[in-house]
Structures are given as C-alpha cells and as structure tokens.
Design a binder for this molecule. Sequence first.
Ligand code: PEP
Ligand code: MG
Length: 318
Amino acid sequence: DAAELVSRWSGPGRTADGLDVSILANVQDGASARSATDFPVQGIGLFRTELAFLDRAKEPDAAEQTALYREVIEAFVPSAGQPDAKIVIRTLDAGSDKPLLFADNGTEANPALGVRGLRVAFGNPGLLDRQLDAIAAAAEATGSSPWVMAPMVATATEARDFAAKVRARGLVAGVMIEIPSAALLAPSILAEVDFVSIGTNDLTQYTMAADRMSAELAYLTDPWQPAVLALINMVASAGSATGKSVGVCGEAAADPLLACVLVGMGVTSLSSAPAAAAGVGAALGQVTTAQCRAAAQAALATADPADARAAAAAPLHA
Ligand code: PEP
Ligand code: MG
C-alpha cells in the first residue's frame, strides 16, 4: 500500500518514465546536515546559514565560518564518498522573522518589507564578502563545488551584482525567487545567474500580502493559491527555456501532490525538511512526466486553492 511504498522508497528522485528530479534537504548546521543523511535525500537544497548564528552577538570570524560550512559540506561529501552531492548554501537571510544581532538594521515599521536578506548584504558588503570567502575556503578544503545563492532578490541588477561576487571566487551563483518582482522578471534574472531556487514561503507571503507567521491568514498563505502557482509556473517555464536548474526550497516542496505539479511545470529539484523526502519521492515515482504536466495545467486553470488541489489530483490518480 501507499504507506509501505513511502517507507521503502530510497531514492534517487525520478518519475515513472525516468525524469530525474533531485530530492534534497533543508538544513541549518552540521548536526541537521548529518541527520539529513538518514533520509533518502541526494544533497542539500537549502542551507539556511543565518539559523546557525541566531544566538550570536558578534559576526563569527573567518575560521569559525569556514569550519561550519565545512561541517555541513562534509556531511554529504565525505572524502571518499559522494563528490557530486549537490550542496546549495544560502548567504545570510537576516532580518524580519530571522533577526541577527550582528546584522541588525534597527527598528523598522515593516521588517518584512525592510532591510532584510540580500539588502543587508548590500548595505554591508564586508559581511557578504567575508561569508563568501569562508564558503570558498570550505569548498577548497573539501574539494567540492557548492552552489551559492542569495535570499530576497528583487531585481536583475541585484542578481548580477551578487553573481559577480560569487563567480569571482570560482563558485556557482544563483538567487532565490521569493519576491513577486523576481518571479515576474525570471527570464532577466536567469540570464544573470547559473540557477534559481523558488522560496515558496516568502513568495506566498509577498504575493498574497499575508504574514507567513499568521495562523489567522493561513487560508491565504497557501502555496496552492492559484496566483502563487501562476508565478511559480512563470519561473519554471523561464528555467526550462534556458536549461538552467530551477529548484523549489519552500515547504511547498514537502507536499507530494504539489511536488508532482511543480515537476509538471518544469521544476528540477525539490528541497524541504528531510522527513518529507520519502513521501515526495514515492509520489513522483508513481507518475509520468505527462501526468505531472496535465496536473500542472489543470491546477493553473483554477481560481481557488481547493479546486487547484482537486484538479491536480485527477490526472495523477492521487
Ligand atoms: C522561503 O521563503 O520559502 C524559503 C525557503 O526561505 P525561508 O523559509 O528561510 O525564508
Ligand atoms: Mg524566504
């Protein structure tokens, strides 16, 4: 039965007709990266570096940052192990729901719309440069090539400036798509970077103008909202046209039915809490790419999240 299929699923991510889809883990430090290896994931799709430093009054120095990034990389790239495991490191996403004492912009009336994510870095370039140096040092020490992405990118110019800094250190550069402007400009942003990853938590918050932490607004902060699906589809289509990798690393990637829809739109990797990996992988293994495409088209034709779910389920026989 279905539960047994999930419990036996051991990866790698692949549809029934053989389309590869990387199933990855969201982690926040060495311990969570090591425990992620107990699940059937092929690497790390989102390392939230800011979460490792939430309790720190001062910016960790170069040696300490390098050691932390090494620890996370080495969980998946042990010296004799998997040199090709995918590791995506996100630069500090400070501010709003993840305040960092050493990258604080003071009191703002609307922190979710304030100086957060990459905006902190451009106001404090030394902070970003030191983090990228530490990531480059960890990459060199482990003989790996992690991908590096920026959070909260709003414009193609921000993407270009970030990518220049990352590539100057020999690293692969990407950005998160989690602001509606970035989704709308996906082709221009993709032209500046090597990959993108859609953060559905914030993309949903900003599309629906509904605080992601509000229980009262949970009916709006639902990634099945057709407006959110439409933006994700724009990004995935733009990615397919370029052949560049388009991941999803928000919690939408943990929903097996939605995962099939995302793949049908052209998403190439799914990253979430590692406990969700087997459910997502097993669901994808049961369906063909054509079924995923039909599910995506059906969901995109609706105007309501419940209708979108029902419409997607039909072609997937879910
Ligand atoms: C997101 O916004 O979907 C995301 C993955 O980033 P975070 O949840 O850390 O803001
Ligand atoms: Mg986010």
